[in-house]
Design a protein around this ligand. Structure first.
Ligand code: PRP
Ligand code: URA
Length: 212
């Protein structure tokens, strides 16, 4: 796949280790959910690397000092329902006060076209740094449409985080939203004829919520 300046794929042994367990069809729902959260937390560290800090005065037991903090109220998480919900706790572990908005999208199984069915966003989201989260970036249609919906509502600073991306999904997302930063823990080979990622991990929503 072509290299893109706004696309960051992790090459970290710990992520490779965890993703290998995630892919295993014998990994149960509880461990699957925990791994999605852990990988998301690791990705959040990297995705926050360029965030602007604000100076604060702190009194240590010894003296007053100026230190730097993340303005946590300036961050929002927007999971794409359903599977994106599985990543929210992973971000909250390091940014516990981040507000959460929800966008409901499902892929029509025949056309593979995403359909929006729900959208509820925190007040003031236009001014926030927004992390859109969804474990799977397959054709990229759901993510591209969710991001268009956010932009329509005035959001400017958007980062997409996914666990597994297909090259097709990255290409589509970059073409539609070249300004959006994309963090993918893993880049897979391709999509199959049903729009599933190979080697992938199957249906992320079903594995997170035990629906199949
Ligand atoms: C899955 C996944 C993404 C989407 C990715 O959701 O969680 O949202 O497919 O596919 P795309 O990149 O081709 O759009 P699904 O539509 O299965 O809904 P669910 O989360 O409710 O299971
Ligand atoms: N959605 C999933 O949950 N898995 C895939 O492989 C593709 C889309």
């Amino acid at each position: 796949m072509k290299q893109y300046p706004n696309v960051f794929v992790f090459d970290h042994p710990l992520i490779k280790h965890k993703v290998s367990i995630l892919r295993d069809k014998n990994t149960g729902m509880k461990e699957f959910r925990e791994l999605i959260e852990e990988i998301t937390t690791i990705m959040t560290y990297e995705a926050m690397k360029d965030v602007d800090l604000i100076p604060v005065e702190v009194e240590t037991p010894l003296e007053r000092t100026v230190q730097y903090r993340v303005p946590e109220e300036s961050v929002a998480i927007v999971p794409i329902l359903r599977a994106g919900l599985g990543m929210v706790n992973g971000v909250h572990r390091v940014l516990p006060t981040a507000r959460v908005g929800h966008i409901g999208m499902y892929r029509d199984e025949k056309t593979l076209q995403p359909q929006e069915y729900y959208c509820k966003l925190p007040d003031g989201i236009e001014e926030k740094k927004v992390f859109v989260v969804d474990p799977m970036l397959a054709t990229g249609g759901s993510a591209a449409d969710a991001i268009s919906a956010l932009k329509k509502r005035g959001v400017k600073d958007i980062t997409m985080m996914c666990i597994i991306a297909a090259p097709e999904g990255i290409e589509r997302l970059v073409a539609a939203h070249p300004d959006v930063r994309v963090f993918a823990s893993t880049l897979d080979r391709c999509l199959n004829e049903h729009g599933y990622i190979l080697p992938g991990l199957g249906d992320a929503g079903d594995r997170l919520f035990g629906t199949k």
